[in-house]
Design a protein around this ligand. Sequence first.
Ligand SMILES: [Zn+2]
Length: 87
Amino acid sequence: MCPHTPPCPDASGLDREAARTIISHPEQGWSLLCNGIVVFEDTGELLPDGEPIAPHRPTDLISQPVLSARRQESPDESSHSSSAPAA
Ligand SMILES: [Zn+2]
């Protein structure tokens, strides 16, 4: 089935999404992988035996915006001369 070398991961493997895309329909929101899995754009999947996989988009883990407004604290050059006694 799989003409690739090394062969694509099997549909039952955890790395099944690493298989090569052989048919892509981005306008319809799905792709067919070499191992027979249909992957939808919402990260849902349909296995070759008809079993659906719920969407599991990794972007859901990133929910907090980047706090870029925080100012950097510049070190005070005049204060580092107060040395503590090196006991
Ligand atoms: Zn393949």
